[in-house]
Design a protein around this ligand. Structure first.
Ligand code: ADP
Ligand code: MG
Ligand code: MG
Length: 214
């Protein structure tokens, strides 16, 4: 069946880095509306550092790679999103480690890892769905992936469903009022803008689909 090796995960991260770099200005513009105008530059700095770290020495397993990604993001991104994304990737790595730290990962194992990543974000940030955060993109994406795999979809279709759910989830943050993070200080004035972290999560899940479809 469809198995994902370390090179697959490296490709996902590289595609995410490309996408974040291309979307840097849009992410920063979104953050300018309801935050402090640094989300694009924060994340671009982090993913640039991640790609550099992986080029120096590509880790041996998907679990080890995701752990390096998370650790580097925590160190380089800063702000609210650095620890949150860093935790998401570190928890993904930890979950795959618990599943045996194998050289290849099945779609079901990837899904379990993403569920662990989401749980880590929720634990650290205490955001519920509807609070206008990255959780509003990540939670529906993980749910869509799980559902698609359970229904017997091909991994590529399942990744497409997850990416679409993340993009829809990000768009659905527009009418929400922020209850977590910097945007929550704006209260009602946060309504009418897409959450930057939800937008970047949609880029990262779309990158996963792009790489799965190759
Ligand atoms: P900062 O707000 O510190 O400048 P960023 O601009 O890099 O950090 O990231 C902002 C994004 O972080 C928000 O758009 C939101 O998606 C996410 N975020 C902030 N606080 C939380 C939280 N408690 N839980 C989940 N996500 C959060
Ligand atoms: Mg910001
Ligand atoms: Mg900031």
């Amino acid at each position: 069946g469809f198995e994902m090796d370390t090179a697959f995960f490296a490709a996902w991260i590289e595609e995410s880095a490309r996408s974040v770099a291309a979307g840097k200005e849009r992410l920063t513009d979104l953050d300018a509306a309801i935050g402090d105008a640094d989300h694009g530059s924060n994340l671009d700095r982090g993913f640039t550092a991640v790609v550099r770290a992986l080029a120096v020495k590509e880790p041996d397993t998907p679990a080890a790679l995701l752990t390096v990604v998370g650790t580097t993001l925590i160190r380089k991104v800063g702000g609210a999103s650095g620890p949150l994304y860093g935790t998401a990737f570190r928890e993904m790595g930890r979950a795959l480690g618990d599943l045996g730290d194998t050289a290849e990962v099945s779609p079901g194992e990837l899904c379990a890892a993403l569920e662990a990543g989401l749980a880590g974000v929720r634990r650290l940030g205490s955001a519920a769905e509807g609070d206008k955060t990255m959780v509003d993109a990540l939670a529906p994406a993980v749910r869509a992936l799980r559902r698609a795999l359970e229904e017997g979809s091909e991994p590529r279709e399942a990744a497409a469903a997850a990416a679409a759910a993340a993009r829809e989830g990000a768009e659905a943050t527009i009418p929400m009022r922020a209850r977590r993070g910097r945007a929550s200080y704006l209260g009602e004035r946060s309504v009418g803008h897409e959450d930057p972290g939800a937008a970047s999560t949609a880029l990262i899940l779309t990158a996963l689909h792009t790489v799965a479809a190759r």
